[in-house]
Design a protein around this ligand. Structure first.
Ligand code: LMR
Length: 343
């Protein structure tokens, strides 16, 4: 049955349509902010969390409200693997995954950052991330529909388990949670441990229930996820680095008005400084808090113990060279001055 044109519901719908059309004047369109959904998996109170929040604030200020960055921390929106897919599909616009998580996109070279003992300290690392080698790696993401904007620091990793981890033999047979990186897989196997890839958001529960025995992470991640409450021993091995690449959906980024992109680039430069300036202290503070909790023993390996760990792990560089690219490894050795033959 057709409704007469003068029926009350027809008139009501007509009025609503006119109202909507009037509200959507060009001025209203111009005022609708550009929304950037920025998803990440860690707590707010971490180097990445703080830098993401800072970026959101500065993006709003520098674009005078034309851009609204919505930060979704703690895997609230997506877990590790899902967030990469969401970025490519355009369901989120920005992420800062750890460098260990780019290989599933087909850019295996990023796993070079996972090579154990490849960086002695932040100085070494910055020679790569702030130099041509870092820039070359970010460029490789373009063919995946992703633009790399910056590197953000976290820090050097500690090992944890429910038993003391002093000697290489102590790792034997332990089920260790790792990120999705073949280099980290090889690293754990070199110690005789059994690596198990798990999403970051699943790690605490896996440790609590004994699905895995231990893990590795910078102290800030360990502490803010309360992993120390379910790990009796932490060994400050500083055997490897964990940091991030801030990435944006390329189509989205290229489609932004030029002045907005310039303002966001400035906000990103400032946010990078926040991440990198706070990372060292955040990790020191987190380690102090883990100690103070009294739930976990924090052990600093002796020079001799750390040397033996290094000897056991550096062969992973050669072993994984065909995967991450010998050229990339050599580029890093050249930038930092690391010489594996001098061990
Ligand atoms: C992890 O999965 O352990 C880390 O990559 C988490 C993070 O983003 O720092």
């Amino acid at each position: 049955m057709t409704r007469p044109l003068n029926s009350p519901s027809f008139i009501r719908r007509g009025l609503v349509a006119v109202g909507v059309a009037l509200a959507m004047t060009p001025a209203a369109f111009a005022q609708a902010p550009i929304v950037i959904k920025f998803s990440h998996v860690v707590a707010n109170d971490t180097p990445k969390g703080k830098a993401a929040d800072f970026f959101a604030k500065r993006a709003a200020e520098l674009t005078k409200g034309r851009v609204k960055v919505e930060v979704y921390p703690n895997s609230q929106l997506y877990k590790d693997k899902e967030e990469m897919e969401a970025l490519q599909l355009g369901s989120v616009q920005m992420l800062a995954p750890s460098l260990s998580k780019f290989a599933p996109l087909g850019v295996k070279e990023f796993e070079v950052f996972d090579l154990p003992f490849i960086f002695d300290d932040y100085n070494d690392l910055h020679k790569v991330t702030a130099g041509p080698v870092g820039a070359k790696l970010l460029k490789k993401l373009e063919s995946r529909g992703i633009t790399g904007l910056a590197y953000w620091d976290n820090g050097f990793k500690v090992m944890s388990a429910n038993k003391p981890l002093k000697n290489v033999e102590d790792y034997k047979g332990l089920k260790m949670r790792i990120q999705s990186s073949k280099v980290l897989d090889a690293q754990m196997r070199a110690l005789g441990a059994l690596p198990q890839v798990l999403a970051f958001s699943e790690t605490y529960q896996a440790l609590q229930t004994g699905v895995v025995d231990g893990t590795e992470n910078p102290p800030s991640n360990l502490y803010t996820q309360k992993m120390h409450e379910v790990q009796k021993h932490v060994s400050v091995t500083n055997h490897g680095y964990l940091g991030y690449a801030v990435v944006v959906n390329k189509k989205f980024w290229d489609g932004l008005p030029g002045d907005v992109r310039t303002a966001l680039t400035k906000a990103m430069t400032e946010a990078t400084k926040v991440a990198n300036d706070t990372a060292f202290n955040d990790n020191q503070d987190a380690l102090a808090k883990v100690k103070a909790s009294g739930k976990t023993t924090v052990y600093a390996p002796t020079i001799g113990e750390r040397f033996l760990l290094k000897k056991a792990l550096v062969p992973v560089h050669k072993q994984l060279a065909s995967r991450v690219g010998d050229e990339t490894i050599q580029d890093i050795y050249k930038a930092t001055g690391f010489d594996p033959s001098k061990l």
